[in-house]
Structure formats: structure tokens, C-alpha cells
Design a binder for this molecule. Structure first.
Ligand SMILES: *Cc1c(COP(=O)(O)O)cnc(C)c1O
Length: 217
């Protein structure tokens, strides 16, 4: 795997308005630094502890994205530096993020994870549940958290029509939310196996791991 070459290839291939998040989970800081030296600054991890260890070691102008499921008791470790939390799925978690952002004297940006896959995935909420959260008085009181868009993961399948259907559904939910709520401008969908379909369906942020850094063990 030539990490630098892969990053360059993605940057050339992706439309200009699609943000590339390089998912470096399980990979050593040296690999991230190789990508960094091409000029890339946006990296994603799925475990807070691992991300924090890498944040400590690597240049401070890296933008760190938390793409995995977040446990409330670990928010404090990433609150000082995280750029975007992709997989928020409850008001309780938003409250915790708000509290820790406040302690650090800033606001934190989040996405709500919408469940779009047909398979029984554990995480994510429905569009209706997301609206309930955003419309609640409790949410409106949170001054240190910005919900900037939506994130979703399609079913893990070779059936491209199925994947396309799920991404197009999320895109339509996103368009609906954009009309109803301010500050919604990020639609995070697409991974190594399905990013082309995601981009065709209107994604503006893709999360690519193995196609950049190689397969994980
Ligand atoms: C691991 C991961 C990715 C990247 O997966 P690849 O298939 O390696 O590109 C994207 N999003 C989330 C939420 C992940 O956990």
C-alpha cells in the first residue's frame, strides 16, 4: 500500500465539494504522518482512547473525526480537540458533549447517525427520532453543541441497488432537515466499499480507511 499515492488518487477522483476523511483506526501514527505529509489533515478514528493517543503524538493541525460509537463517559477525553463527532444517537449524549465542550470553553460539532441499513445494526436512530431531539426544548438549551448534519452506514452487501436505495433515502432525509434546521450542511456517507455510490447519491463527506491505509487485521 502506498498511502501517499492513495491519498492523492482519492483527492483527484473525488468531486471538489466532497470532503475526504482518512480513517486510520488500528494503523500506527507513522502511517498517519505519511498521509499528513501529502498535505492531508482530516483523519478519523473509531475509538476515543486510540484517537487521543495519536492526537498526543501527531502534529496539532490535524482535524480529528470520531466516527465510531461514543460512550458518554469517554467524551471528556476528546472534548479538548475533536473536530467532528459523526455518530451521535441520543439527547443524553448531546448533553454530555455540550457539558464537556463548555468545560473546554468552546463548542463541538456533531452529526446525528441515522439508521439506514436493512440489516439489524445496533447504532443510529430514525429520522423521526432525530427530529424529536432537534425539536426538544432540552436540545435548544444546549449552547455548546452544533448539529451540522447527518451520518449513515449502508447495509454491507454486494447488492448495489440496495446500497443506492439506502443512501438516496438518507440524502432525502438530509434535504428535508436542511430546510427545517439551520447549520445543516454535512452529509457523511460512504466508505471504501461504497463511496462511489454514496457520492453519486449526494454525499459530501466520505470516510475511507482500507482503500488508503490497507486492510486491517
Ligand atoms: C472503519 C470505518 C470506516 C472506514 O471503513 P473502510 O471500509 O476501511 O473504508 C468508515 N466509517 C466508520 C464508521 C468506520 O468505523
Amino acid at each position: 500500500m502506498d498511502i501517499a499515492e492513495n491519498i492523492k488518487r482519492f483527492k483527484e477522483e473525488l468531486p471538489k465539494d466532497v470532503n475526504l476523511i482518512a480513517i486510520s483506526k488500528t494503523k500506527p501514527p507513522e502511517d498517519i504522518f505519511t498521509a499528513y505529509q501529502t498535505g492531508h489533515r482530516q483523519f478519523g478514528e473509531n475509538k476515543i482512547q486510540e484517537m487521543t493517543e495519536k492526537w498526543e503524538k501527531l502534529p496539532k493541525d490535524i482535524e480529528w473525526h470520531m466516527v465510531g460509537h461514543v460512550q458518554r463517559n469517554k467524551v471528556k477525553y476528546m472534548a479538548p480537540y475533536v473536530s467532528l463527532i459523526h455518530a451521535v444517537d441520543s439527547l443524553k449524549l448531546l448533553k454530555e458533549i455540550n457539558k464537556e465542550a463548555d468545560k473546554n470553553g468552546h463548542s463541538l460539532d456533531c452529526l446525528l447517525q441515522i439508521k439506514i441499513a436493512e440489516e439489524d445494526s445496533k447504532y443510529g436512530i430514525s429520522a423521526e427520532e432525530a427530529k424529536e431531539i432537534l425539536d426538544s426544548e432540552e436540545f435548544k438549551k444546549l449552547d455548546h453543541v452544533n448539529v451540522k448534519g447527518l451520518m449513515g452506514m449502508a447495509t454491507f452487501t454486494d447488492d448495489e441497488a440496495q446500497v443506492k436505495k439506502e443512501f438516496e433515502h438518507l440524502k432525502s432525509v438530509f434535504e428535508d432537515f436542511k430546510k427545517e434546521y439551520s447549520n445543516m450542511n454535512i452529509l457523511s456517507m460512504g466508505m471504501s466499499g461504497d463511496y462511489k455510490i454514496a457520492v453519486d447519491s449526494g454525499s459530501n463527506m466520505v470516510r475511507i480507511g482500507s482503500e488508503i491505509f490497507g486492510a486491517r487485521n
